[in-house]
Design a protein around this ligand. Sequence first.
Ligand code: IMP
Ligand code: MG
Length: 184
Amino acid sequence: MEKDISKILIDQEVILRRLDRIAERIERDYAEGDELVVVALLNGAFMFMADLLRRLKMPLSIECLRVSSYHGGTESSGTVNFLDRTSPEVSGRKVLLLDDILDSGRTLKAVAEKLTDAGAAEVRSCVLLVKDRPREIEIEADYYCFTIGNEFVVGYGLDYLEKYRNLPYIGVLKDECLLPEHRS
Ligand code: IMP
Ligand code: MG
């Protein structure tokens, strides 16, 4: 797996140090007594969720939603599919939505709308990465850890064709490890 990586963009130590800061900010921003529901989007947010939440000392509950927007490649498909049959119970609750990356913005937007429709009192979002690119959808994350250029990355939860999610850092794949149709 390591041999497929052309460069490490953000190493594990840097990620974890940044999560310390973001966790402090989140704790400061929520008032005491807030009953937070964290909704994490799987599979991409699994590592981010585990490392961020273990840094929060406030009471919270966790829900996971399976959403897909990529269809086997490096470009967003344009539609967001909800893969679960039920939605988390968020009525009247404050929700903190966690995702791996804000790319086109469609995923965060669709999920935030769904949770608002389900009666959430408030929906904020927290993402590990924000891709620096023009966005068709107007949405910003309330909390983000890093901004990256408009390039395809893997690791720390992010995949290419479901691989590389377990790399402990964020990296860029060698061109030769991409299918011919995804090469630059
Ligand atoms: P959006 O709906 O276009 O913002 O896309 C969000 C989803 O696309 C993320 O949750 C990721 O699963 C996937 N994605 C976007 N950019 C990348 C990338 O560079 N590497 C891996 N997955 C990505
Ligand atoms: Mg993905």
